[in-house]
Design a protein around this ligand. Structure first.
Ligand SMILES: [Zn+2]
Length: 132
């Protein structure tokens, strides 16, 4: 069964089909502010989204962040342009999972998006350790 997520008010939804493998915690200037845990995939493959969103993008505009215009939750980011093969990268925010148990056991991948742009060593944490 796909993992499903929605914003707090229920206007924006995502589904993730398959095993995301990990959830990524990133320390870049935007992810550390949002506090997001990303599950990566491709538009219309692993990941489907629904609902009207507000979009935030900046800098060179490679990716756009989609928020619920009503309750403000950050639901997903998506590449502004498809890759050469026509597929578009996307990641959904695991914190919006409707059933926390569906993502609780995913290992956390720590990604240094602030300085080195590299994965950091595993520290044994899972999504369940990040809820609070
Ligand atoms: Zn909402």
């Amino acid at each position: 069964m796909p993992i499903s997520g929605s914003c707090h008010c229920g206007a924006v939804h995502w589904t993730y089909t398959g095993d995301p493998g990990t959830a990524t915690a990133c320390n870049c200037t935007i992810c550390r502010r949002y506090g997001t845990l990303w599950m990566y995939g491709w538009v219309s493959e692993e990941i489907e989204t629904a609902g009207k969103t507000t979009i935030y993008t900046w800098g060179d505009g490679d990716i756009e962040f989609h928020h619920c215009p009503n309750c403000g939750c950050i639901a997903y980011w998506r590449g502004c342009k498809p890759h050469k093969d026509g597929r578009t990268r996307i990641a959904v925010n695991a914190r919006l999972a409707n059933d926390p148990a569906a993502v609780a056991d995913l290992p956390i991948r720590h990604f240094d998006g602030f300085e080195t742009w590299e994965d950091q060593p595993d520290d044994g944490k899972h999504v369940r350790d990040m809820w609070f």
